[in-house]
Design a protein around this ligand. Structure first.
Ligand SMILES: Nc1ncnc2c1ncn2[C@@H]1O[C@H](COP(=O)(O)OP(=O)(O)OP(=O)(O)O)[C@@H](O)[C@H]1O
Ligand SMILES: [Mg+2]
Length: 304
């Protein structure tokens, strides 16, 4: 697993490790009488994967919506790389924050590749007249976008499905496609809202590796998840929201051991750890896959 933070490369153009990328201060979001997010401070530094956890209805998605211009916070301020964020989601994407959604939002009747191309629109300079006249500049930009989209599909493991309709992908692959589409805007910060919801343990493990790989490309990550195994494996830091307020923030061990977090969200660990059975199941499946591929490796030479 690529958890070793000492050996990772910083991608060219990425801010130096430890620089503050996201700085949310005193963010409050009220809906009528309901305070969904209450005076939350959160920073994400470059090179970090930060987790945001908490019970259903704690305000996690609402907080993401405040970070991405979908909602204008009732109070507080959000800065991305020292600039106050504009209050429009397409401008936030252009500034460098991309996200995926808890309820998948793909163009279901478009192909996988087209969905990623849609994600590139904030990064293409060609304007309206260029698209109408379809001159050499337009064709060059279109080719470059297509190549980048194909590269991203390869990165998330969907290259072989580029021409499939998004709606025909299994659920886990739709989530990966959402990640590819978000990456297409070339973000400096990626927000993931429950990226493993509905995935089986093997897909979850693969998503873990994918998030590490994204971080290793110099993109900071803020991730919401209910799967605690995933969160505590992945995150450098975890913040816990309960009833709109940040209850605790710290490294995995600190958060897992905090009595308030246990009482409000995690609960006492069970005697016979149910996660152990799940881990054994994934390891057995991976070992079986490795055996199968070594059995057929001789044949593969001829398949190329
Ligand atoms: N647009 C809205 N109008 C009114 N209330 C809302 C709105 N969006 C969210 N809420 C309320 O704000 C609270 C926080 O909801 P939110 O979806 O942010 O929680 P969450 O932590 O993401 O929960 P989950 O883990 O179930 O996804 C809930 O009580 C929800 O009903
Ligand atoms: Mg949510």
């Amino acid at each position: 697993m690529t958890t070793d933070t000492t050996t990772r490369d910083t991608a060219p153009g990425a801010p130096a490790p430890g620089t503050t990328v996201l700085d949310a201060r005193g963010v409050t979001m009220r809906f009528g009488g309901l305070t969904a997010v209450n005076n939350v401070d959160l920073t994400v530094n470059s090179g970090e994967i930060v987790g945001l956890i908490g019970p259903n209805g704690a305000g996690k998605t609402t907080f993401f919506n405040c970070l991405t211009g979908l909602y204008i916070p009732t109070e507080g301020e959000v800065r991305y790389k020292d600039r106050v964020l504009p209050a429009k989601s397409f401008k936030v994407t252009a500034a460098g924050i991309a996200r995926t959604f808890q309820n998948i939002r793909l163009f279901s009747n478009m192909t996988v590749l087209e969905n990623v191309l849609v994600g590139r629109h904030t990064r293409t300079k060609e304007g309206f007249w260029s698209a109408v006249l379809r001159g050499p500049g337009f064709h060059r930009a279109e080719k470059a976008s297509r190549e980048r989209a194909e590269e991203l599909l390869e990165f998330v493991g969907l290259a072989s499905k580029a021409d499939h309709l998004a709606r025909n992908l299994p659920y886990g692959e739709q989530r990966k496609l959402e990640i590819a589409r978000a990456l297409a805007s070339e973000p400096g910060l990626l927000l993931l809202d429950e990226p493993t919801a509905g995935m089986n343990p093997q897909e979850t493990r693969a998503t873990e590796e994918l998030v590490f790989a994204i971080r290793d490309k110099g993109i900071a990550v803020l991730v919401i998840e209910h799967d605690m195994r995933f969160i505590f494996n992945l995150c450098d830091r975890v913040a816990v929201l309960v009833q709109g307020q940040k209850l605790v923030e710290g490294d995995s061990a600190t958060v897992q051991g905090d009595e308030r977090v246990i009482a409000a969200y995690l609960g006492e660990p069970l005697e016979n750890d149910p996660g152990a059975a799940e881990a054994a199941e994934v390891e057995a499946a991976e070992a079986a896959q490795a055996d199968a591929s070594s059995d057929t490796s001789a044949g593969k030479e001829n398949d190329r």
